[in-house]
Design a protein around this ligand. Structure first.
Ligand SMILES: CC(C)(COP(=O)(O)OP(=O)(O)OC[C@H]1O[C@@H](n2cnc3c(N)ncnc32)[C@H](O)[C@@H]1OP(=O)(O)O)[C@@H](O)C(=O)NCCC(=O)NCCS
Length: 190
């Protein structure tokens, strides 16, 4: 694990712009699986189901909204991935995949875009995640969107990370015994 707190020399790339995405896809999958609770992905079929839920829809339906942080010094190794979607209300693919998706649907007009971000376990805490979030917020701003959001859970360590990155509008709701935390950032519209 790196002990360097400075971000490595990064290049942020859009997945749909990659000329040869196949080898990088394997690295992306490993990053997502490394962020999963190991008890939830004990075997190949549960790993496939996990990726079908959290990764495949983004790569297949919204590849131009998936951002990768590549390490320029390490031959382009993937250090982090942000799966984004600029139109949460219109993205029917997610409605049945995530229990919380309908729970916060009334907020999608004000915060249309959403994302998930994960970094390689050896490269966390070095600013890679912040660079990805910053790039996605810029994409949302360029698209003239009024806001962007993510959903996490209260009490997780990543809540501080999101708040520091400007996601300060918090809405907590529960469903089926699970608590979810919506964090939104309003964007200035010209
Ligand atoms: C959350 C995450 C994307 C942030 O990216 P990052 O490059 O590590 O973040 P930065 O260096 O820009 O900012 C540092 C913050 O990241 C978070 N972070 C760093 N290492 C972490 C780790 N091992 N686990 C969880 N969060 C971590 C913390 O919030 C940290 O701030 P803190 O030290 O004050 O608690 C990344 O740490 C990660 O992939 N964590 C595990 C998976 C996760 O929680 N994903 C979000 C799902 S909603």
């Amino acid at each position: 694990m790196s002990t360097d707190s400075e971000p490595p020399p990064l290049r942020i790339r859009v997945y749909s712009d990659l000329e040869a995405p196949a080898p990088l896809r394997r690295q992306i999958e490993e990053i997502l699986l490394a962020s999963a609770n190991p008890r939830r992905v004990p075997d190949e079929s549960s790993r496939t189901a996990f990726l079908d839920r959290w990764l495949t829809p983004y790569l297949t339906v919204y590849p131009e909204q998936v951002l990768l942080a590549l390490d320029e010094a390490e031959g382009g190794q993937v250090l982090g991935v942000l799966n984004g979607c600029l139109d949460s209300a219109g993205a029917e693919v997610f409605r049945d995949l995530h229990p919380y998706y309908r729970l916060f649907a009334d907020l999608y007009q004000a915060y249309p875009a959403h994302f998930h971000v994960n970094c390689h376990p050896d490269h966390r805490g070095r600013g890679v995640g912040s660079c990805l979030v910053e790039a996605f917020v810029a994409l949302c701003r360029d698209g003239g969107l009024p806001g962007v959001h993510l959903v996490t859970a209260p009490g997780l360590r990543n809540v501080g990370f999101y708040r520091r990155n400007g996601f300060t509008e918090a809405v907590e709701r529960s469903e089926a015994g699970h608590s979810y935390l919506f964090l939104g950032q309003q964007l200035a519209v010209d």
